[in-house]
Design a protein around this ligand. Structure first.
Ligand code: COS
Length: 385
């Protein structure tokens, strides 16, 4: 379906599609096997200006919006979610600076993120604070012109690979979620180290590591916004970035659908291509319909979120929830259409299915998304009543 993209959007789609086809597809299986971080592909994305899509021009970006980034993420995701999440996680890490950073912070950090010279990462989750993001225990204590950070962040995408980290830590324990603050921490700061790369079911080439802070002293000017705004910064960041997870879901669904349809056209059983069987056609029809519905919702929400609208939590959660559930279903059914071959590593769909699972978990589990949607409905209808 034609979504009537602008010329710029078509150009972004084309370049990301080309990177997916020419640079990612040939190496994705090996990257999955070796768990090697896709450094070279990140450089290529940087040369193609993809990291700067939604960063204002005065900070070296293209000055475009959320939908434009979403288009790039979708295309990269058709080939490999491990690569696309490494790309997207830099955008996630940049959001706190983009949304709440002051002029000095934006001028200092955004140009290197926009050019892809430096990757960013976002540090919120801890061992005992996943869905319950307000339960984080990492502390930041003011000491003269510095803050001293102590604690451990867990499962941080781009951990160890990124140079710039936006980290949420508690500055006032007595205030709960209102006692959290957001900080910028640079790789190489004394007292800041990384855990080992996690060995994962899917998105294996992406880097997932602990961030360890041991008396890590950072300049006080690295505080983003004000003390006490950390939970808000984190929640708004997630509101903005969840359509990107949806785009990952749409992309991997499209990738899996392509493999499944092409396989069904070629695979003969009972004397005919299996696509001739209605049982197979119906599966493919559902896969295609849900992928298109997820895409339409993702584009609409990305456009809305990027418009500066305030009430974005509900729709942002909806698109992440829907597109990630679709991705799990479509990739699982792609494996089913390929049958025994689908279960083998010679075909890409088993990897797509393993990769897709994380979409229902990270950036807030789909149960949390339903909580966010439910809470918004309660508020909305109470207002109307
Ligand atoms: N935008 C702005 N403010 C928000 C917000 C949002 N989207 N969501 C919550 N807040 C505010 C609330 O208004 C509340 O403020 P006050 O204390 O001033 O009333 C405060 O934040 C706490 O909100 P709430 O009580 O709803 O927080 P909970 O502890 O119940 O948690 C959920 C809310 C579950 C929605 C949140 O913790 C969450 O999103 N968890 C998942 C985290 C996640 O996505 N992790 C992935 C890791 S990062 S890749």
């Amino acid at each position: 379906m034609d979504y009537f993209f602008t010329e710029e959007q078509q150009a972004i789609q084309e370049i990301a599609r080309q990177i997916a086809r020419e640079k990612i597809v040939p190496v994705r299986e090996e990257l999955d096997e070796t768990q090697e971080f896709p450094t070279e592909i990140m450089k290529i994305c940087g040369q193609a200006d993809l990291f700067g899509i939604n960063i204002p021009e005065e900070y070296g970006g293209m000055g475009l919006g959320t939908l434009d980034t979403t288009i790039a993420v979708e295309e990269l995701s058709t080939a490999c979610l491990a690569v696309s999440v490494s790309f997207a996680a830099s955008g996630l890490g940049a959001y706190p600076i983009l949304l709440y950073g002051n002029e000095e912070q934006k001028s200092k950090y955004l140009p290197d993120i926009a050019s892809g010279k430096k990757l960013a990462a976002f540090g919120l989750t801890e061992a005992n604070a996943g869905s319950d993001a307000g339960g984080i225990r990492t502390t930041a204590v003011k000491d003269g012109g510095s803050y001293i950070l102590n604690g451990t962040k867990q499962w941080i995408t781009n951990g160890g690979e990124a140079e710039i980290y936006t980290v949420i830590a508690i500055t006032d324990k007595s205030k709960g979620a209102r006692g959290a603050s957001a900080f910028i921490v640079e790789k190489g700061t004394e007292g800041f180290s990384f855990g080992k790369k996690e060995n994962k079911m899917g998105i294996r080439a992406s880097a997932t590591r602990e961030l360890v802070f041991e008396d890590c002293r950072i300049p006080a000017e690295n505080l983003i916004s004000k003390e006490g705004m950390g939970f808000m910064v984190a929640m708004k960041t997630l509101d903005m970035s969840r359509p990107g997870i949806a785009a990952q879901g749409v992309g991997v669904s499209k990738g899996a659908l392509d493999v499944a349809v092409n396989y069904a056209r070629e695979r003969h059983q009972f004397g005919q291509p299996i696509i001739g069987f209605q049982a197979v056609q119906h599966m493919l029809a559902d896969m295609a319909t849900k992928t298109e519905a997820a895409r339409a919702l993702t584009y609409a929400v990305a456009r809305y979120v990027g418009s500066g609208a305030k009430d974005i939590s509900k729709v942002s959660a909806m698109t992440k929830l829907y597109a990630s559930d679709v991705a799990m279903e479509v990739t699982t059914n792609a494996v089913q259409v390929l049958g025994g071959y689908g279960y083998m590593k010679e075909y890409p769909v088993e990897k797509m299915m393993r990769d897709a699972k994380i979409l229902q978990i990270y950036e807030g589990t789909n149960q949390i998304q339903r909580n966010v949607i439910g809470a918004a409905l309660i508020k909305e209808y109470a207002r109307k009543a």
